[in-house]
Design a protein around this ligand. Structure first.
Ligand SMILES: [Zn+2]
Length: 57
């Protein structure tokens, strides 16, 4: 299991094997995908502002 730091080091923080919900921390836009958009379609911020929203199954 990777820690968050490992994920960042490996550059995999923005790439998931399964679709997850990405949320823009600036405007709240959400998108379900394996990786976040390059920029937010609503506020046009960079993808670095996207965070994974953990979903309950
Ligand atoms: Zn946004």
């Amino acid at each position: 299991m990777y820690s968050l730091l490992d994920l960042i080091k490996k550059g995999r923080i923005f790439q998931r094997d399964q679709a997850v919900t990405w949320k823009c921390r600036l405007c709240g836009y959400v998108k379900a995908d394996t990786s976040p958009p390059f920029s937010c379609p609503i506020c046009e911020c960079s993808r670095i502002f996207f965070e994974v929203r953990v979903q309950e199954f």
